[in-house]
Structure formats: structure tokens, C-alpha cells
Design a protein around this ligand. Structure first.
Ligand code: HEC
Length: 99
């Protein structure tokens, strides 16, 4: 019985992880994708770890700050006006990691 409970808890936990990722991908597909998929106007490309490396060196806090404030051709909040800092963090991790 105890083993079954652990299995159920583990299954629910992993489902939540997948759901969160899908929500982030949905936000990405509505907003950041416009520039970051193609590298339009000099945006670091999604899934291109090399282009993201010098950005990641600034540290996650600085990148979340840039996402909120905008940077050159990058509009404030990346056009996701209701995104939270945690969502920006997940979006940045998603874009900076090879797909
Ligand atoms: C209208 C185009 C556009 C959209 C939409 C956009 N970006 Fe960007 N983004 C850029 C450009 C251009 C740069 C490069 C800016 C530079 O370094 O001059 C950039 C850079 C960044 C950086 C690196 C900032 C740094 O300090 O080096 C982060 C982080 C980022 N974008 C996150 C996001 C997120 C998250 C979204 C979606 C919520 C998003 N962007 C949507 C154009 C865009």
C-alpha cells in the first residue's frame, strides 16, 4: 500500500512538471517566438546554446531584469505583459537550451 502511494505521488508530480513546461511553451509560442525563433533584429535564437552562452554569463537575475525592462530592439516584457519573473526564468531556460 505504501509503495502504491509513493507511485501515485510520483506520477502526479511528474504530470505537474509536464503541464508547467507546456504552459511555458504556450507562452513562448505566443510571444517570444516572434523574434527568438528566427533571430529577428539580432535576438539570440531559441535552442542555440552558443548564442545564449554570453547572455547566460550575465546570470539569470540580470536576464530576467532585461526581459522586464527590454534591451535595444527587445521590447519590455518581450510582449508578454502578464508574465511573472518565474515565467521569464522558465522561458529563458527554454530558449537557451538546445531543443
Ligand atoms: C520584438 C522582438 C522580440 C520579442 C517578441 C522578444 N524578444 Fe527577447 N530579444 C530580442 C532582441 C532583438 C534581443 C537582443 C537584444 C540586444 O542584445 O540588443 C533579445 C534578447 C533577449 C534576452 C537577453 C537579454 C540580455 O540581457 O542579454 C532575453 C533574456 C530575452 N530576449 C527574453 C525574451 C523573452 C522571455 C521573450 C518572450 C516573453 C522575448 N524575449 C521576446 C527581441 C525580442
Amino acid at each position: 500500500m505504501k509503495k502504491l502511494m509513493i507511485a501515485v505521488i510520483a506520477a502526479v508530480a511528474s504530470m505537474q512538471a509536464v503541464a508547467a513546461d507546456q504552459a511555458i511553451v504556450d507562452i513562448y509560442n505566443k510571444t517570444c517566438v516572434a523574434c527568438h525563433a528566427s533571430g529577428a533584429v539580432g535576438a539570440p535564437k531559441t535552442g542555440n546554446a552558443e548564442e545564449w552562452a554570453p547572455r547566460m554569463e550575465k546570470g539569470m537575475d540580470a536576464l530576467v531584469q532585461s526581459a522586464n525592462a527590454g534591451l535595444n530592439a527587445m521590447p519590455p516584457k518581450g510582449m508578454c505583459f502578464d508574465c511573472t519573473d518565474d515565467q521569464f526564468k522558465a522561458l529563458i531556460e527554454y530558449m537557451a537550451t538546445a531543443q
